[in-house]
Write a protein that binds this ligand. Structure first.
Ligand SMILES: [Zn+2]
Length: 863
């Protein structure tokens, strides 16, 4: 019984047999305002190289009305288990399938959303990985490309956008018909449809004779916040940069970007019709880090138009390459494109991507970048930190290894050679080998076929005159966590070593040495005989992917002067290193707190500031000795209030500290300040207490029992939007009462009516680190329910519950024991098992870190 799964073997067999020419797809969305189902008619023409053979086409639908193969009507009983069996194929075939497909509220397939502001219905599709089959019958695998012609019936007055340019609709009744031109040959997962009374803003990218129409869309209720000019500006920079570096013109007829509601991911690279989460239309003040992140997403999706859409992976095992390339491309474009507002993008990359990758790579579920993807269930849990972040980090290392010019020359050849086709990793590596003259087989084996992170440590001796007598880079390959796939190995690293001197409190780089590190020990004779600098920083410029440790003297200087680095990148690397040591129990949570309190005042990079804020909160909640934890939280809250009051009025730092105070406020004075900001009796110069910040403040007041249902209802009255409803649901679930918790649990686990976004908000409110006792009964309830959730909910919805409701706040041996007992008895499917094992690893790590923090506390007392 395949259920909704599809194995790689089945896909390969089908691709060997079939060639798909074209689809004509008619969708009748006249029912959109009522919901339920819509009529979907697919006519697909395809050939089979073995006449008489059988195959199948994919479809997830409540009802199939008609199946006609080569003029002959097939029994609808051929539709079973999300497939339609196709017996006795001819050389050339025409198949017609008429079905009733369902609107969804999970963000998968054709998502239907009603905006409470105007009561209007908004639709969009999201098909990656296998959800085009929820909208029309198709051969759902990336290597069966075809031309798609959509004909859409929708209410008159709507806007309908797809991969091809939007035609003028026909008809003049309640509904009209949009007849789109055929697409080029593309994969099913990047086809798209967005429909509803969206509003658009238009522009064009022009370059010589080339003119590409650009559109930016959102719901009317967000229109006043849509800064289309800023979005077009970044988009055009991306067009210029990528067309030059890829030496291949943008391959589609137009480029629309649609900000859509309740979107699960950041964005999706549908060919010529990119969808993005509409939180990227900022309705309240956000920091520059949010603008930077939006720009990165815009560039990421644009890069996919070539890498992913024009040239597409044959099967999902190369998903990592698709995502890594786009993630690398977004950063290199921001770093280098003329006019870029974020030329420090490699700092952000180090701060976010690397941290994500290092965390994921130390989980029991870690795996080689080249993962074995045997079926669709494997790939759906593989949109992880290895696929996106480690892959992109390793690609950055590959660029350092072959040189950037050779890298792009190889990429250019690859696009020209494989345009509109499908490829494997070897096709790209082959092109890079030709361009660079380097043999990449050993490199690929060491980096792509293995798991885990290397640790690089400096080993140096200094004589009495302060001169370096010996210097080596030591490389370790720590054992992988139990259960992880792959082997820990040493790897070749191209790295830089930065030498920094301390002058008037500033750390200034006085030299940089670039070298290849290989094996357990690499001597660095260039450094022998030189004066020992204040700080020696391995992997400076963040070329390679490795955990880096500082020698004792450098660590002492950095601990005191972290803010003294003139450049943001070495600061980010040192912050990351300190955080990594905290996670590993090598630096006590209380010492990380001390570092943050002393160092953050001089940290200008707002993205780094916000990351450290999150990390300190996690360190205190999970990694601190429980006997000391409250002291640490109190100190952090005091510091947040002081920093908030001292921050420059109207600055990003002021907003970041306001949010952080709202995450940790505990005294009457602090909570009174939050309440005062909310009701207007308190004011901080320059701090805009706008819609989003109001909800942040109220969330803490609700969680601490200072805001009741009436207060939440009153806030919702002020913000009668979908986002307001989500925030209100989160606040209700956050209240510190047994009833509030029981209600939240019932809404999420015992009912399945919440939309993806409301459910996510309820889960976030439910889990409160300082409500451990109140949440204690839910550990047993979780393990009693989780398998049923996995078996009955959609992928996105079940993942939110499995990960979000795991008892992560109960950092105790009993949590590990309960998890182990469940793992032993429940026989979970691999994808479910993986999610629970990852959550368990967080608790196990926290227990170890707590022991380290306890030991540090005992040492302090001993003094
Ligand atoms: Zn992507």
């Amino acid at each position: 019984m395949p259920g909704t799964n599809l194995t790689r073997e089945e896909a390969r067999t089908r691709a060997d047999l079939l060639h798909v020419d074209a689809y004509d797809i008619e969708l009748d969305l006249g029912s959109a305002r009522e919901g339920g189902t819509f009529r979907s008619t697919t006519v697909v023409r395809f050939s089979a190289n073995t006449p008489g053979a059988a195959s199948f086409i994919d479809l997830v639908a409540p009802n199939v009305e008609e199946i006609v193969l080569n003029g002959e009507r097939l029994d609808t009983a051929n539709f079973a288990d999300s497939r339609i069996a196709l017996p006795n194929l001819a050389a050339e075939n025409e198949l017609r399938v008429v079905a009733d497909c369902a609107y969804t509220n999970t963000g998968e397939g054709l998502h239907r959303f009603v905006d409470p502001v105007d009561g209007e219905t908004y639709l969009y599709t999201q098909f990656e990985v296998p959800d085009a089959r929820r909208v029309f019958a198709n051969f759902e695998q990336p290597d069966l490309k075809a031309a798609f012609t959509f004909t859409v019936t929708a209410p008159t007055g709507w806007v309908v956008v797809s991969n091809s340019p939007t035609p003028t609709p026909e008809g003049d009744g309640d509904v009209q018909v949009w007849k789109f031109e055929p697409t080029g040959r593309i994969s099913t997962y990047i086809t798209a449809l967005v429909a509803g009374p969206y509003v658009g803003v238009f522009d064009a990218y022009e370059n010589g004779d080339q003119k590409v129409p650009l559109g930016v869309y959102c719901r009317p209720s967000l229109r006043e916040f849509l800064d289309a000019e800023a979005i077009f500006e970044v988009t055009k920079q991306g067009f210029d940069y990528f067309q030059e570096k890829f030496d291949y013109p943008y391959p589609f007829a137009k480029y629309d970007q649609l900000f859509v509601p309740e979107f699960n991911a950041g964005a999706m690279e549908n060919a010529g019709a990119v969808t993005l989460r509409d939180q990227y239309v900022f309705r309240s003040k956000v920091t520059d880090a949010a603008y930077e992140s939006r720009a990165a997403t815009i560039l990421h999706e644009l890069a996919h138009m070539w890498f992913g859409d024009l040239v597409t992976m044959e099967w999902w095992n190369d998903l990592w390459l698709n995502e890594s390339f786009a993630t690398f491309a977004e950063a290199v474009c921001q770093a280098e494109a003329p006019g870029s507002k974020w030329p420090h993008s490699w700092t952000t990359f180090a701060n976010q991507m690397k941290t994500w990758a290092y965390r994921q790579d130390q989980l029991p579920s870690t795996h080689p970048i080249m993962a074995e993807i045997n079926d669709l269930e494997d790939v759906q849990v593989n949109f992880d930190g290895i696929t996106y972040a480690k892959g992109a980090s390793v690609l950055k290392q590959l660029v350092a290894y072959v040189g950037q010019d050779a890298f792009f020359q190889g990429v250019q050849a690859y696009f020209k050679r494989h345009a509109w086709g499908n490829t494997r990793l070897s096709d790209l590596l082959g092109a890079l080998e030709e361009a660079s003259g380097r043999d990449l087989k050993a490199w690929s084996k060491a980096w792509l076929e293995t798991a885990g992170i290397n640790v690089l440590r400096p080993a140096l001796t200094v004589n009495t005159d302060g001169e370096i007598e010996s210097f080596a880079v030591l490389q370790e390959a720590p054992a992988l966590p139990a259960g992880a796939k792959g082997q820990a190995v040493l790897r070749p690293h191209r790295i830089a070593i930065g030498l920094y001197e301390l002058t008037d409190g500033a750390l200034v780089r006085t030299d940089r040495i670039e070298l290849d590190v290989d094996g357990p020990r690499t001597d660095v004779p260039q450094l022998v005989g030189r004066h020992r600098p204040a700080v020696v920083l391995l992997n400076d410029d963040d070329l390679s992917y490795a955990k880096v440790r500082l020698d004792e003297d450098s660590l002492a200087v950095v601990t005191e002067h972290l803010g003294g680095f003139a450049d943001s990148l070495p600061r980010a690397l040192c912050w990351a290193s300190a955080w990594d040591m905290t996670r590993d129990g090598e630096l006590a949570a209380r010492d990380y707190l001390a570092l943050a309190v002393s160092g953050l005042g001089r940290e200008s990079d707002i993205g780094v500031v916000q990351s450290v804020h999150r990390q300190v909160k996690l360190a205190l909640d999970a990694y601190a000795d429980p006997a000391w934890r409250e002291q640490g939280l109190a100190r952090w809250a005091e510091n947040a209030e002081a920093q908030l009051r001292a921050a420059e009025p109207g600055s990003d730092h002021q907003l970041a500290w306001a949010r952080t105070l709202a995450s940790v406020a505990r005294t009457d004075g602090q909570l009174g300040l939050l309440a005062g900001l909310l009701d207007g009796t308190a004011e901080l110069k320059g701090l805009a207490v706008d819609t989003e910040l109001r909800w942040t403040l109220l969330g803490r007041l609700a969680a601490t029992g200072r805001a009741d249902e009436a207060a939440i209802a009153a806030e919702l009255e002020r913000d009668r939007t979908a986002a307001g409803q989500e925030h209100a649901a989160s606040c209700r679930a956050a209240r510190p009462t047994a009833d509030a918790k029981a209600q939240a649990w019932a809404d999420v686990v015992e009912s399945d009516t919440l939309t993806n976004y409301v459910q996510d908000a309820v889960i976030a409110g439910f889990q409160q680190a300082d409500q451990r006792e109140l949440l204690a009964p839910y550990t047993a309830k979780y393990f009693a329910a989780v398998k049923g959730v996995w078996e009955t909910r959609s992928h996105e919805i079940s993942q939110q519950i499995i990960v979000g409701l795991y008892p992560a706040v109960q950092v105790e041996q009993a949590t590990l024991d309960a998890t182990d007992a469940w793992l032993a008895s429940a026989e979970p499917a691999p994808a479910l098992r993986r999610q629970v094992v990852e959550a368990r690893a967080g608790v196990e790590r926290a227990l170890k870190a707590q022991a380290a923090d306890r030991a540090a506390g005992a040492r302090e007392l001993g003094h």
